[in-house]
Ligand binder design. Structure first.
Ligand code: SF4
Length: 345
């Protein structure tokens, strides 16, 4: 397929396309505005003549992000979109409401190669990486559907963003564009499971984008069981890369730590984590992860979570606690896609 997905187009490419097709140049601005506001169906572009719309359809892929399902949590209003891409791959996007406004968690790949044993996305294997436009489209289409501006983006849904590095960095540029989403880099967070060379590559770009690293275990053997990536890069290598990142960017890094009952949530694990992290420009985000059907892991009891947080804090590590949102709609990464693909099969 040589045609580009419409939201992969830059304004400059649309300028060239208009010029090549004998279309007045101001049409490029009109079309770009529609695309950036999440319109991916040409029939909605009501100030663009039918002949131009037909030409657009011929030249580019539209309808590459169809809403297959939209679920709204009755508990906290978290909204989950299940999108179908032009080739039938399924991804998920979750919009959460915070005091500061709406935040969206987008997918960077359809499926994931990383194989974390606690993750629903890993269980269905890998489809393909997403283009920058497909990431952009998740924000723009979700924003349009919600009827409210999205204030921040986390690239923490299905997929490992650093396994799709260039497209994710292009997405950051698209999101920054004042003619597009106009989202400041500081309002974007990228989360990695710990691809060490990519952490260095990302640090060199010196962007204002936030980085978070999924740790989930304070020692190598346990981390290997939870996250196969730990067989490639052990904790010494990972922590060294995190220190280089902080030294190079002077930006605060977040460690994500999901707590699973009896696996990684005991006081001994918390003490090991205090030792591992030591002093640094970082904080820990503790996540009381929810169970999903077929998972081998169980939610950590509240008292374990509280104790874990207290030990970190008394060890001088700043730790916040994040409850998973949208539990009634299986809002955590990959859970719905898994249900849907199983059904499709
Ligand atoms: S937790 Fe993230 S990196 Fe690990 S398998 Fe799931 S999507 Fe991939």
């Amino acid at each position: 397929m040589n045609r580009k997905f419409c939201l992969d187009l830059t304004k400059e490419e649309l300028d060239v396309w208009c010029h090549e097709n004998g279309i007045q140049s101001y049409r490029a601005g009109q079309i770009y505005k529609w695309l950036s506001s999440g319109v991916t169906d040409t029939s909605d572009m009501n100030n663009v003549p039918a002949a131009v719309r037909a030409k657009l359809e011929e030249s580019f892929i539209f309808g590459g992000l169809k809403i297959r399902q939209k679920l709204v949590s009755e508990i906290d209003g978290t909204t989950k979109f299940v999108y179908e891409l032009y080739d039938g791959n399924i991804i998920e996007t979750v919009v959460m409401r915070y005091k500061t406004g709406l935040s969206v968690c987008i997918s960077s790949q359809a499926g994931c190669k990383m194989g974390c044993t606690f993750c629903a996305s890993a269980k269905l294997g890998f489809g393909r990486s997403l283009s920058s436009g497909e990431m952009f489209a998740q924000v723009a289409v979700s924003q349009r559907n919600m009827g409210e501006r999205i204030r921040s983006v986390v690239v923490m849904g299905i997929g490992e963003p650093f396994d799709n590095f260039d497209a994710v960095m292009d997405f950051v540029k698209l999101a920054n564009n004042p003619e597009g989403l106009n989202l400041g880099a500081r309002h974007i967070t990228i989360s990695t499971c710990g691809l060490v060379p990519m952490i260095d590559k990302f640090a060199e770009l010196d962007l204002q984008v936030n980085l978070s690293v999924s740790l989930h275990a304070p020692e190598n053997e346990l981390r290997k069981k939870l996250m196969p990536i730990a067989r490639r890069y052990d904790l010494d290598e990972l922590m060294a890369a995190c220190r280089r990142y902080v030294a190079r960017t002077n930006r605060r890094l977040t460690f994500e730590y999901s707590l699973f009952a009896g696996v990684n949530d005991t006081p001994a694990h918390a003490e090991m984590l205090v030792k591992l992290l030591g002093k640094g420009l970082w904080h820990v985000n503790l996540i009381a992860a929810n169970e999903f059907p077929g998972s081998d892991y169980h939610t950590s009891p509240k008292q374990n979570v509280r104790r874990f947080q207290e030990i970190l804090e008394s060890g001088g590590i700043n730790a916040t606690l994040r409850r998973e949102m949208g539990t009634d709609i299986m809002a955590a990464c990959g859970q719905l896609r898994r249900g849907m693909e199983n059904k499709d099969k």
